[in-house]
Design a protein around this ligand. Structure first.
Ligand SMILES: O=C(CO)[C@@H](O)[C@H](O)COP(=O)(O)O
Length: 216
């Protein structure tokens, strides 16, 4: 199980230290939640802040765009150093054009579905997607409860394309990570469970161990 640590739960007053802390704690990817106040009822950060964080780690930047117009803004996120760009099936941008743009910028494209959106919304694009993100909470805020019903979507996606990476995001802890692993999830986003733990490295190790046990 890969762990993508969500900077949404970090201390924003010391982002460079927090990135370094995740780097040395064993996070596989750094998850960056971009919210525009329209697509979701919250605002976070944009390309300049991501570009400022970029020099502090070589780990992949996993940028989750919770914005209305990913096609319009994706070039700025590519320039800021995004390695993966995830946009939502519910956004107003054309998915084919958005995928093309991300690929032409040298990054990996992914699509996300909110809890109320069926997995089949991304089926037409699966052949060009590196990953699908199944939201396990309503996007917008950290610290919410994992929705176990979403595991059906994970299984459906894996049946449709077995080598697709499936990511889940929201409410991940040592119990829910095992449930996700059993369903076939490859990447878990975790914010609160890592940043608020007394020892982030231990929290990441525990998540990975629990996922391993869940798969057995
Ligand atoms: O995208 C989001 C929320 O919209 C997530 O990345 C959360 O930030 C995950 O946080 P926790 O549930 O682990 O606190």
């Amino acid at each position: 199980m890969l762990i993508s640590s969500s900077m949404l739960a970090s201390d924003f007053s010391k982002l460079s230290d927090e990135i370094i802390r995740m780097d040395i704690s064993g996070a596989d990817w750094i998850h960056l939640d971009v919210m525009d106040g329209h697509f979701v009822p919250n605002l976070t950060f944009g390309p300049p802040v991501i570009a400022a964080m970029r020099p502090f780690t070589d780990k992949p930047f996993d940028v989750h765009l919770m914005i209305d117009e990913p096609l319009r803004y994706a070039p700025e996120f590519l320039k800021a150093g995004a390695d993966l760009v995830t946009f939502h099936a519910e956004s107003s941008s054309d998915p084919d054009k958005t995928i093309e743009l991300i690929l032409s910028g040298g990054a990996k494209p992914a699509m996300a579905v909110k809890p109320g959106t069926p997995a089949r919304a991304v089926f037409p694009y699966l052949d060009r997607l590196f990953m699908v993100l199944v939201m396990t909470v309503e996007p917008g805020f950290g610290g919410q409860k994992f929705m176990p019903d979403m595991m059906e979507k994970v299984k459906e996606l894996k049946r449709a394309k077995p080598d697709l990476l499936v990511q889940v995001d929201g409410g991940i802890n040592s119990e829910t990570v095992a449930e996700a692993a059993r369903a076939g999830v490859d990447v878990c986003v975790a914010g609160t469970g890592i940043f608020k733990a007394p020892d982030a490295a231990q929290a990441i190790r525990e998540l990975k161990a629990a996922a391993g046990a869940g798969r057995e």
